[in-house]
Design a protein around this ligand. Structure first.
Ligand SMILES: O=C(O)CCC(=O)C(=O)O
Ligand SMILES: [Fe+2]
Length: 271
């Protein structure tokens, strides 16, 4: 885990012309880096303070060639975390009495869509007027987060923000949006944000573990029968991710789906 943090940090230290090759051109580039160090963009009145590197790592693996060790380290970390994510999904499903076969068939985790993100938050001279990442929930089933030992992650609970800094050597696990949808609202995706500080640079490594891109994710049939209704609309995961990315680009519509311009996580009532 520490090699992953260190090597990802080295990516940000590469000369600009190396990083430029991977500068985000389109939201769906499999390798993209950039920064959000912009003031007053669109509807926000605070500065976004973050450099990032985003990689699609499964089912197809994409990674810059430099720094030298990055490929090897990201490959190992993402393979191992994929196994862990699978175990967690299986455990949750088992606890909800869902058939293993059904879960495999619907989510198709052999082809799971996995995203690796490195976030770099440089020390910020005015941390109370900036934010690393604004409040959001993550796409996917489970998100795993590790960091370089500097505090910054906050989690919302009951309308309040709490520091949620995991101890060194541990992986913080957040339930994400498709888990909420699949469990028909039983596992709530965790709203979180990253704050910045004026003293120490912070690095976080986030792995978003989703179902397969072509999996149509809606509430599990057995849970819908039990609950008498599906509270979310089904949607193909890759379409969801794409729609969401456009939301991210516009900064305004974090979880808006294309479905009637309605957030897929807004409760959907049939009548
Ligand atoms: O850096 C953090 O603590 C949070 C990062 C995060 O939420 C994300 O990349 O989705
Ligand atoms: Fe997140």
């Amino acid at each position: 885990m520490s090699a992953t943090v260190t090597t990802a940090r080295e990516f940000f230290s590469l000369p600009d012309h190396e990083k430029k090759k991977y500068e985000a051109k389109s939201a769906s580039d499999p390798i993209k880096c950039g920064n959000f160090n912009v003031t007053n963009n669109s509807n926000q009145n605070f500065t976004l303070w973050r450099d990032y590197l985003n990689l699609y790592v499964h089912p197809y693996f994409h990674c810059p060639n430099k720094p030298q060790l990055l490929r090897e380290v990201v490959l190992e970390y993402t393979e191992r975390t994929r196994k862990l994510a699978r175990k967690l999904v299986e455990s949750v499903s088992e606890s909800l009495d869902l058939e293993q076969h059904y879960v495999d068939q619907v989510l198709n985790l052999d082809s799971s869509f996995q995203l690796f993100a490195a976030n770099l938050y440089p020390p910020c001279p005015q941390p109370d007027q900036a934010i690393g990442i604004p409040p959001h929930t993550d796409p996917g089933l489970f998100t795993f987060l590790i960091h370089n030992g500097v505090a910054g992650l906050q989690i919302e609970h009951g309308g309040q923000w709490f520091n949620a800094d995991s101890p060194p050597g541990s992986i913080l696990v957040n339930a994400a949006e498709q888990l909420q949808i699949f469990t028909n609202g039983r596992c709530k995706s965790v709203r979180h944000r990253a704050v910045v500080n004026d003293k120490r640079e912070r690095i976080s490594i986030v792995v978003a573990n989703g179902p397969a891109g072509d999996a149509v994710v809606g509430p599990a049939a057995a849970l819908v029968r039990k609950d008498g209704r599906a509270i979310y609309l089904p949607m193909k995961y890759e379409e969801y991710v794409e729609a969401r990315m456009h939301g991210l680009v516009k900064e305004a519509q974090l979880t808006k789906s294309r479905l009637h311009g309605k957030s897929i996580l807004d409760e959907h009532v049939d009548n």
